[in-house]
Design a protein around this ligand. Structure first.
Ligand code: T4K
Length: 370
C-alpha cells in the first residue's frame, strides 16, 4: 500500500542543531526546574505573542487544571462539548461540575446566546475553546461573563500564533492555555503553557506547577508537578524559529483545499475570518450527507481505504462519554448544533509537509467518493 497520509506530522527541529544544544544541557547538568532554556523559551514566547507573562507546562492538560486552581474556581463551569476530552476532564478533576452549552457552527466555539440560560447561583466561570484555532465570539462571551461576574478561561490549545485585529488571541479572557503536543502547529514533543495578564498570577501559577513551593520551606497551596524540562525547552526554542514558515506552508495547503473543494456540493469548510491571522492548525470539512450523497462515516471509510487518515475531531462529543452523559446539560436536545457538527466533521490531513500530490489524492477521494 502507498504511504499513508496522516492528519498531521510534527514540526521537528534540525537534528544536528538539537543535538549540539543537548551538549549545553549535559555540560550544565541542569536538566529541569526552571533552567536557562526554560527561562529563554518563556521569554521568547512572550516576545513572539507580544504578551507580558507566560508559564511553561509539561503538556496542554495541566495548565487547564492549574488555571482553575489559580483562579480558585468552584461550583459549576460552563463549557463546550465540542472539544478534546481534556477540556472537560480538567473541570471534573477539580471537583467542579461541567455544564455543557451548544456551539455556533460558524466557528465551532460556544454560542454566547446559550450561556445565559445555563447560569445558576453556583456558576463561577466559562471555559470556551478556540476550536481549530478559530477565535470564539470573544466579545459575546465577555459580555455575559461581565454581566454575571464570571471568569473566562480559554482553552487555546489549537490557537498558537492566532491574532485578532493585530492582538494575540491569548490577550482575551482571564487566562488562556496552550498545548505544545507533537500534533500541534508548534510542539515541544509534549508541552503546554498558561498565559496570564499580571505578575501576581504568574507567581501563583509558577508555585502551583512546582508543588506549591514558595520557598525551600514554604508550600502555599496544594500544587502539582507540571514543569517543562530543559530538553523540551531547547527543542521548543529551535522550533520557534521555524514555526512561521510552517504556518505559511499550512496556509498554502488551505488555499489548495479551498480551490478544489469549492464546487463539491454538500461539503462545507471554513474561510478565513476578517481581521484574524489564522494558524491553519486543522482543516475541518463538514459533510451534509443528503446533499453530498454519502455519509460522513462512509467518506471517512473511503479515505481510510486509500491510506488517507483524516480524523473525526471532535466526534463523539465529550458530553456523550459515559463519565458525562448523565449530566442534565449533556442531553443531545440541549446540544443540537454540536451534535450535528460532530456527525458531519472530518479533519483533513493538514501539516507543513503536505505535498501537492497528497492534497490531490485527498481531493480525488472526496470528489469521486471512491
Ligand atoms: N485542549 C484541546 C482543545 C486539545 O485539542 C488538547 C489536545 C488538549 C486540550 C490537551 O493538550 P495535551 O495535554 O495533549 O497537550 C491528539 C493529541 O494527543 C492531543 O494533544 C490533541 N489535543 C488531540 C486533538 O489530538 P490523537 O489521539 O488524535 O493523536 P494521535 O496519536 O492519533 O496522532 C494523530 C496523528 O498525528 C497520527 O496519525 C500521526 C501524527 N503523529 C502523531 C504523533 C503523536 C506523528 O506523526 N507523530 C507523533 O509523534 O490525540
Amino acid at each position: 500500500m502507498a504511504q499513508e497520509i496522516t492528519v498531521t506530522s510534527p514540526l521537528l527541529p534540525d537534528l544536528e542543531e538539537f543535538t549540539s544544544q543537548l551538549k549545553n544541557i549535559w555540560d550544565s547538568k541542569w536538566i529541569t526546574n526552571n533552567g536557562q532554556f526554560h527561562q529563554q523559551l518563556e521569554e521568547a514566547l512572550c516576545g513572539y505573542f507580544k504578551i507580558p507573562y507566560i508559564s511553561l507546562f509539561t503538556n496542554g492538560t495541566l495548565p487547564l487544571l492549574t488555571a482553575l486552581q489559580a483562579l480558585r474556581i468552584s461550583g459549576e463551569v460552563i463549557t463546550t462539548p465540542y472539544s478534546f476530552v481534556a477540556t472537560t476532564h480538567s473541570i471534573w478533576w477539580n471537583g467542579i461540575k461541567p455544564v455543557f452549552v451548544d456551539i455556533d457552527p460558524s466557528n465551532c466555539g460556544i454560542n454566547p446566546d446559550c450561556i445565559e440560560a445555563a447560569i445558576t447561583p453556583r456558576t463561577t466561570a466559562i471555559m470556551p475553546v478556540h476550536c481549530y484555532g478559530k477565535p470564539c465570539d470573544i466579545e459575546g462571551i465577555q459580555e455575559v461573563a461581565d454581566k454575571y461576574g464570571l471568569k473566562v478561561i480559554y482553552d487555546a490549545a489549537h490557537a498558537f500564533g492566532v491574532e485578532v485585529n493585530g492582538r494575540s488571541i491569548l490577550e482575551f479572557g482571564d487566562l488562556s492555555t496552550l498545548s505544545f503536543h507533537a500534533t500541534k502547529v508548534f510542539n515541544t514533543i509534549e508541552g503546554g503553557a498558561l498565559v496570564m495578564h499580571d505578575s501576581s498570577t504568574k507567581r501563583r501559577v509558577d508555585y502551583l506547577k512546582n508543588f506549591g513551593f514558595e520557598s525551600e520551606t514554604e508550600v502555599i497551596a496544594p500544587g502539582i508537578n507540571s514543569k517543562m524540562d530543559e530538553v523540551r525547552a531547547v527543542y521548543g526554542l529551535l522550533n520557534l524559529r521555524q514555526v512561521d514558515s510552517a504556518i505559511e506552508a499550512r496556509r498554502q495547503v488551505a488555499i489548495k483545499y479551498r480551490e478544489e473543494l469549492g464546487d463539491i456540493p454538500g461539503i462545507r469548510y471554513f474561510e478565513d475570518m476578517p481581521g484574524v491571522k489564522h494558524n491553519y492548525s486543522y482543516f475541518p470539512i463538514f459533510v451534509d450527507a443528503a446533499v453530498y450523497g454519502m455519509s460522513r462515516d462512509e467518506l471517512y471509510g473511503k479515505m481510510k481505504e486509500k491510506g488517507i487518515l483524516g480524523r473525526r475531531y471532535f466526534y463523539p462529543l465529550i458530553s456523550s462519554f459515559s463519565t458525562y452523559r448523565g449530566l442534565p446539560s449533556a442531553r443531545p436536545e440541549n446540544l443540537p448544533q454540536a451534535t450535528k457538527i460532530a456527525n458531519e466533521v472530518i479533519c483533513l490531513p493538514m501539516h507543513h509537509q503536505l505535498s501537492d500530490s497528497d492534497v490531490a489524492k485527498v481531493i480525488d477521494v472526496i470528489r469521486n467518493k471512491e
